[in-house]
Design a protein around this ligand. Sequence first.
Ligand code: HEM
Length: 487
Amino acid sequence: MEISPWLSLILLFFSALVALVTAWSLKGTEKRYKGLNLPPGSMGWPLLGETIAFRKGHPCTRLGEYMEKRINKYGKIFKSNLHGAPTVVSADAELNRFILHNDGRLFEPSWPTSLVNILGKKSMIIASGDTHHYLKSLAINFMSVPRLCSHFLGDAEQSILQTFSTWVEHTPFPLKEEAIKMSFNLIVKHILSKKPGEPETEQLRKLFMCFMRGAVAMPINLPGTAYRKALKSRAAILTIIYRLMAERIHQKKDGWDEIGEDSDLLGFILEQSNLDAEQFADLLLGLLFGGHETSSTAMTLAIYFLGDSRRALEELREEHIQIVKLKKERGETGALTWQDYKKMEFTRCIVSETLRLGNLIRFVHRKARSNVQFQGYDIPRDWNIIPVFAAAHLDPSLHDEPRKFNPWRWQTLSASTTRDDSYMAFSHGIRRCPGQELAKMEITIFLHHFVLNFDWESAELDHPLASPFPEFPKGLPIKVHKLSLDM
Ligand code: HEM
């Protein structure tokens, strides 16, 4: 192909311009931070930095080319330029722990603006100080163990069994979509008192699917992009939330609030809190979002890993057969109780291993509030820092054969022998996930009924990609066969 002289000139001009800007910005960085011992690394292209390489999809059971290459070259702590800002990336479990345990003092959240625009400027993941503390306490109360026993456990079981009843044997379906239905129906009932099958529940579920796609897409706000669609979904979800809020306030004033303050989060917050309307809506939206996307992905990942581990599946099924037998011996036939749940010990190992190897939340975003020193490196004030939890989860010095699905490893680990920085699926410190007990319970109850009711086979090959949340490109298509176990 021949290139016209004009095009060559233009290309030459732009290459020279990029080279000049790169040299200028590198010089600027060197000058500004003279005397500091910054971690090694490369700042990439001006403005764009290394964001594209950082965001490139890869199997979720690996660290990905970007991380692997740089760890080999620079070590576990290195600098980069991501999402338009100088950034320290940490694959070092000790530094990650240090960051999380100094959250609110030396570090604060610094999520990319694109995600903040979707989740809301008043959402809990952005809030700091007293506001964060207050929002967090509302979420913790909402998902406290007594409420899990009294409100969530029975509903989780119902939502799971109701979804199973719609499955047709030997007919392929994407498991991820079904898992979303189960966890979404549960959380939407407890937050807004919306029941499965109601048109508004379905409308909200579809809006959230769009919302999720945009939350992980490139933040390009142009017609037709996933990001633009997510912003529109956010607006549509907020319209529904504001309408439900207004209806409930109206009902309360008129003295006929049928649902009551204890039944859902909407009623509880209207009665108990002093949030402004925007804080209120962003809190509900964040919990609706966090409350179904993560749990449903974890359920799908567990089935994906179990599909390749017959021995783990058999041991898991045996645990649940025993639980049903014991219930029968006690003369119980009904729903699962909290005591039954507490006996599911091997299932707990499956859940921990799924979250370790699946790396649902691979990393989080923070920013240094002041100059911080760690292991001789300086992290300058206002620099972003990304603790990569997946690095500890896949580190062979912390977990034997880390890329292997081995739930038994959790049987030999104990609080006294485990380094608390080797497993951070739910984060640590003041930002630790308030939904962790709910999520673990949901996944466990799902596994209980799934392995007792079905055997399954893959209908099409599908592997989870980190982009950065684990995503099954085809939704993990499976075919199920009904089991009739002798129990
Ligand atoms: C397997 C499932 C889940 C995983 C792996 C997970 C993981 C995490 C992680 C790693 C964080 C910390 C983020 C940070 O340090 O900045 C977090 C925060 C959070 N999670 Fe979860 N989560 C799960 C389920 C849930 C559920 C079911 C809910 C709610 C119903 C929830 C609500 C939240 C909220 C509100 C925060 C923000 C906490 C704060 O900023 O203080 N999560 N989650």
